[in-house]
Design a protein around this ligand. Sequence first.
Ligand SMILES: Nc1ncnc2c1ncn2[C@@H]1O[C@H](COP(=O)(O)OP(=O)(O)OP(=O)(O)O)[C@@H](O)[C@H]1O
Ligand SMILES: [Mg+2]
Length: 367
Amino acid sequence: MAEGEPDVVATQLPDLSQLNLKRFSEGTSQEELDAFIDTIRPLLERVIAVFQGKGGQGKTSLATHKAALLAEAEAAKAEVGEPHGRVLIVEMDSQGNTHEDLGTGGDPLNDHGESLAMAVLHGQDPTIIRDVRPCLDMIPSGDELENLAAMLTGIQQKRGAAAWLGLAVALAKLVHSEGYAWIVLDCPPVSPEPQKLALVAARWVLVPVSVADSGSINGLGGVSKRFADAGRLNPDLELLGVVLFGFDHRFHSNRKTGERRPVGRWVEARKKVQTLLSEAGADAPVFNTVIRKAESVAITCRERGQLSHEVAESTDGVKWWERRRGGGGTVLPTERAEQVGQDYVDLTLEVVERIFVLEEQEAVMPV
Ligand SMILES: Nc1ncnc2c1ncn2[C@@H]1O[C@H](COP(=O)(O)OP(=O)(O)OP(=O)(O)O)[C@@H](O)[C@H]1O
Ligand SMILES: [Mg+2]
């Protein structure tokens, strides 16, 4: 087994045919439900949800970049013939913004979330758009998820609390059959039902905070409420950390010593969020890496269906001086995109390190 690979195989894998919710009803005992949850949790150890109760905080951007970078590492292993896995990205938001980030909106398999809804509600196999990047697959999302909440009510009447395990079971089946090494879930900002489905499925939660104003801080409050709610069906759920998103990297340089000290809103935001986390008794860090503010990069990324590091590597844009000489075309913000791309790489390193450390701690101190 390669270093850092989850030891799923060593655990007793449930039979694939057991992975469905058909036997559950409102009358199912808590013990029976707990026993089922215990059988699926080992398959979900590498599921990361990106979650925030407020809109526009960077959830989707973080989810797509993280998934693509994790997949890149798997693809690199594949190239040198090492054992490797694949990565799956699933957006639970009917906005379908993952398509914009990854350029998959026009894919013939894009069913706008229809099969995802059917998988969650009725246990059907979801459509998978394969290889949206090397080693990265996607379950398409979109406006077909709009009625998920209403339809869940009906399923709840039939299956009781087990209805909330719909996404967890769908993903456990995929890990079982396809062997995904990582799954990244992009959560919607306000819809509580798909949020809860994601938190019931996830092992780890990443929370982005952009502009640490009262709204996004309240959004963090929403995180703990949803945590408590989902925790009953997911004993493994854990806040991995908070990511400061969309802040300028500002420093003050001491002319005499040459020392650089971070100053400005990113420093204040870190303090605010750290205070909030310790007040809530959360043992989770604010990650050192801050995704810098770069609106032109973000706009270019979604216009082109490319991630930051891909925009940085693009060569089809015109140089600004060519444009000044009267040449046509778009000047791509390649340098800035490279910096943002590096932020995502640094963050991914931190995130993966933290997961490995927590997994190791758990392995030596079984709960
Ligand atoms: N580094 C960045 N700097 C500034 N703006 C960015 C950056 N990255 C992404 N954005 C922009 O910020 C906006 C919100 O980003 P994103 O869609 O990732 O957030 P979200 O939390 O998923 O939003 P929603 O709640 O609507 O799902 C988008 O318009 C995106 O293009
Ligand atoms: Mg989003």
